[in-house]
Design a protein around this ligand. Structure first.
Ligand code: ADP
Ligand code: MG
Length: 525
């Protein structure tokens, strides 16, 4: 039976959808009239059997009900109010259920109320019906509201815990003194423990001791209300003792008006990867700048070597011609000799530093030959100063090829070693081998060593401890060439004891052998 609309009394009539369980049509009609007169725009359906009731209620547990209210006669021939109640409760709809009966005794009424009916009214006292309906509708509205609020709350909680636990960053709530109250899975993993273990600990326990004070001071500005939050990069400790860089974002959560009613929310990110990338970028930048500087230096050196060599040769010739003059005063001859010697020195400096910058594109030399050539170069000078020049070269040094400009590198280092042993004699050992795709060459001497205070300066241009005899350019040029090949130069030195002497260790990536041909310096001098 479809809903039977009863024409509303006025435009302002309140709609009311009533399911009437009643076998007397007149009684049902009476009810509708009563409600209509009370100002309701009633739409209703009258049912008499369990099946009809099922049908009227529809399925849809949890869904919107088609009805606002159920009014039931207490005893129908086929089924009574108690059965109707059970069906209503089974349907999942929470509707006010009011019994309106001609005959209901006290005991049955109480029973029905116990079973879940909201009120009972005698047909003779219909004036009680309206207040009961108003009250029950309001109650049902409140119940629906509470259910909706609870549902919304549960949803919010679910969303929060999903967000919190599956966040791609570490998150925690702590008390104002840093005690963990809530920890997400990622943070637990990051700090190396279970969420439960962390709840017994303080965030401070995981901050590197030297940075705890700073963090406490930052936190204080937040707790005192001076700032709403802060972000800091700190070193954190894992429970394994390992440290890692992390970014901490902290903000205060207020739960009430009192100052004490707050907790602190932390978002913690492991930034090791970002830091590593930053470091790599900055290293790359430095290398770029260095190679640019080298390229500029190289070009300048080329030009200088060229510009200096020509006048130098002219001057050398002039001094030579002057020296061949007869009838020169001895003082003049001395001066000419000094002049010629100084000129020689200038020539030596240009040759040993500037001109060596020249690279011959496309030519490479195997490391073994390279080192042997250097040894040859110094052989007679070494003998002169009682210095043994020993090489220990792996066979693999024959297979790895480099730009010949590296000859300059080893010549400078061996030259320095010799100069450190000129007065004492001793031994220089040159070792070479290939390891992990890198050529490693160490040159160790037993000379006077480098005092600690000079360590920082030896690579600076023009730093020398050799007075007039030194240029201070050797190691500067040497390191420049090594870095240009992507390699490194390490120094170990002692001025006393059994290990007195200096060892220079040159590491060159094998890849440098391949890229060497793309020389940044051209030969045009
Ligand atoms: P130079 O040899 O012209 O002085 P370098 O740049 O080659 O310039 O070396 C700078 C300084 O480093 C030297 O003056 C010397 O004090 C120190 N040095 C370099 N190599 C050695 C070494 N093997 N033993 C001791 N001192 C060294
Ligand atoms: Mg030198």
């Amino acid at each position: 039976m479809p809903a039977e609309p009863v024409s509303p009394q006025s435009e302002s009539a309140r709609p009311l959808r009533v399911l009437i369980i009643e076998d007397y049509d007149e009684d049902a009609l009476l009810l509708r009239r009563h409600l209509g007169r009370a100002g309701f725009a009633v739409s209703s359906r009258q049912v008499q059997t369990a099946d009809e009731l099922h049908d009227a209620l529809g399925s849809g547990a949890g869904g919107e009900s088609a009805w606002d209210l159920v009014i039931a006669d207490y005893t129908l021939p086929s089924f009574g109010a108690r059965d109707a109640l059970r069906i209503l409760q089974g349907s999942g709809h929470d509707l006010p259920f009011i019994i309106v009966s001609g005959t209901i005794d006290e005991v049955s009424a109480v029973d029905a109320m116990r079973a879940g009916a909201h009120d009972y009214i005698l047909k003779g006292h219909l004036e009680r019906l309206l207040p009961a309906i108003e009250r029950e509708l309001a109650d049902a509205g409140r119940r629906r509201e509470r259910v909706a609020t609870e549902f919304a709350l549960r949803l919010a909680q679910q969303r929060f815990s999903a967000t919190f636990n599956q966040a791609a960053v570490g998150m925690a709530h702590t008390s104002n003194d840093g005690h963990f109250l809530l920890v997400n899975q990622l943070l637990a993993t990051m700090l190396g423990g279970t969420e439960k273990q962390l709840l017994n600990l303080h965030l401070q326990d995981f901050i590197l001791a030297s940075q705890r004070e700073r963090n406490a001071a930052d936190l204080e500005t937040v707790l005192s209300g001076k700032s709403p939050g802060y972000r800091a990069e700190l070193m954190l400790l894992r429970s394994t003792g390992e440290t890692f860089p992390a970014q901490l974002t902290c903000s205060r959560l207020r739960h009430g008006t009192a100052d004490a009613d707050s907790t602190v929310l932390w978002v913690i990110e492991d930034i090791s990867a970002r830091k590593a990338a930053e470091r790599e970028t900055s290293e790359l930048m430095t290398r770029l700048i260095n190679s640019e500087r080298l390229a500029a230096g190289g070009r300048m050196a080329n030009t200088l070597a060229h510009e200096i060599n020509n006048p130098l040769e002219a001057l050398t010739n002039i001094f030579f011609i002057l020296g061949t003059q007869e009838d020169l005063a001895p003082e003049t001859r001395d001066l000419i000799e000094i002049g010629a010697r100084e000129l020689d020195r200038v020539g030596y400096i240009t040759r040993s530093t500037l001109s060596f910058y020249r690279k011959v594109p496309g030519r490479t030399l195997d490391l073994h030959s390279l080192l042997e050539e250097v040894v040859q170069l110094f052989a007679s000078r070494a003998r002169q100063h009682n210095v043994d020049l020993v090489t220990v070269l792996g066979v693999d040094t024959r297979d790895i090829r480099f730009d010949p400009s590296l000859r300059q590198v080893f010549a400078n280092i061996v030259g320095n070693a010799l100069e450190a042993m000129e007065s004492s004699g001793g031994r220089i050992v040159i070792r070479g081998h290939v390891r992990n795709d890198c050529a490693v060459v160490t040159i160790g001497d037993s000379g006077h060593g480098i005092p600690q205070e000079n360590f920082a300066s030896i690579f600076e241009p023009f730093f020398t401890t050799k007075g007039e005899r030194g240029t201070g350019l050797g190691l500067w040029v040497t390191r420049g060439i090594i870095e240009e090949h992507g390699g490194t130069l390490q120094v170990r030195s002692a001025t006393r004891g059994a290990r007195r002497g200096t060892t220079m260790r040159v590491t060159l990536p094998a890849a440098a052998a391949l890229t060497a041909v793309e020389g940044v310096f051209t030969e045009n001098a």
